[in-house]
Design a protein around this ligand. Sequence first.
Ligand code: DGT
Ligand code: CA
Ligand code: CA
Ligand code: ZN
Length: 574
Amino acid sequence: MARANEEAAALVQELADLLSITGGDAFKVRAYEKAARAIAGYPDDISKMDLAGLRRIPSVGEAIAKKLVDYNTTGTIRQVEELRAQIPAGVRTLTTIPTLGPKKALAVYEELGISSVPELADAIREGRLRGLKGFGAKTEQNILHGIELMQQSGERVLLDVAAGLADEIVEALSAVTGCHRCTYAGSLRRMRETIGDIDVLAASSDPRPIMEAFTALPYVTEVIASGGKKTSVRTSRGLQVDLRVVPPESWGAALQYFTGSQAHNIRTREIAVRAGLKLSEYGLFDAESNELIVSETEEEVYARLGLPWIPPVLREDTGEIQAALDGTLPRLVTVEDLRGDLHSHTDLTDGTASLEEMVEAAERRGLEYYAITDHAPNLFMQRMTDEKMLAQRERVRALQERHPGLTLLHGTELNIDPDGGVDWDAEFLSGFDICVASIHSHFTQGQNEITRRLVRACENPHVHVIGHPTARSIGRRRPVDADWDEVFKAAARTGTALEVDSFPDRLDLPADLIRRALRHGVKFAVDTDAHSVGHHRNIRYGIGTAQRGWLTPDDVINTWPLDRLRAFLTKPAR
Ligand code: DGT
Ligand code: CA
Ligand code: CA
Ligand code: ZN
């Protein structure tokens, strides 16, 4: 994503937040939120666009386009600056607590003068919020939990933020003369769901020009440490990046070392010791002679240890070494294996691109089938009706004529209600090619209720996929509390797939639960849940998560040929 799009989207989102703190018109707030998503997901760099061009971004009208022109010329949006000045910084900090809405933030500030997160936590523990309108015991618990979540996520960033920056850095450094190789390592290469810092590795016999190019990058704000072998910087987003430059003959060993995880490395080092070798960040050596064993690739390093190459996503010391020794490493699913996407939205609900644009984007991905699954009526904000849904189906059928190579499936994303029911009756549901069903409300029900809810959704013969099953939002909302083994058993028994949602703040199911579900024989759908054209690119994060869950192509229903998928979508009667 272009940096300007990301920054402008953040400003427009902030504008929405500030407006809602000041009690602004709810529809205007929603319009800004929608525009922010559209800007973030827009494929072209907005800093190079004029007013007329900006107006062509979906969900961006005249007023917002003018604010973007303001951003392009001044680097900020005046109205945001004005509102920032009106609202105490403390209140704005309070609104960053995931479970505290703007109204409540303003209330604790105005009633109790609380303007920081620790003050609020203390006030709750001392019972000072009791009696305040709208603050019951449950609200207090939720706020405390929100504070906890915020502290846990700490300084770590989501996968897409780190990946976007790392891609740019690797591209820039690869172009430096004498740079033999360059890539990112660390948790990002292992596709962990959040990233503490970015580790970049380059191979060259002359590190200096690479180090210089690195510290001169436009978004570097601070050089934390610099030396001949390693330089660390902080970027404008507060994220740290470590760069190491190694001689080309040590590349394989260095890449293996800096990819980690630390737990995996401890295991590989033990194996090296037993083989009379020494494996470190400096290379692979003969333990006796201390002679460097040339290892230009990771494959050579693993081969010297008597192992096949192990994909980075598996390097967490959770059984991958034993599987490598036994020759039972999984053949992991890849982006190229996907034939379809089974979850997407258009501007009929909260998407920002038209049906036609989303279908074109799916076609550019080279997909063979594509499901449009706009929200069902019980998500009231989306204002879906039977008529609108049926009219969309007609449009999908007509559009199919123009896309002979891409089979369009007309679906919906249903809402699993507190009792496990969904939006429509069986007759209406049977008109869809595919139904995804997700939890969008009542996230805090107890374990028995959530479990029953998800099991009942699996048992519905018209529900094919459970969307983002834990409903978590990384760093913002905890996963729902279910007896997951019961849910997985129900999904396997009823032939209901579980989704791996590719949104960087969802990655849902998470990898550890994927692996647990796999043992029950569950099938999966790795989807984008795209709400804009740009969201199609998120698929790499969903696939990364699926890989961390050890999934093979056969486990993922949207790698299957269409006829096999269709057979799966006809659930067995029971
Ligand atoms: P992060 O940055 O917290 O998301 O996680 P990583 O895994 O990227 O950790 P980081 O940046 O501290 O180090 C990158 C890799 O370097 C790590 O995965 C393994 C390797 N490494 C760093 N320190 C040590 C160490 O003390 N021992 C071993 N065996 N490996 C280390
Ligand atoms: Ca790291
Ligand atoms: Ca690091
Ligand atoms: Zn969705």
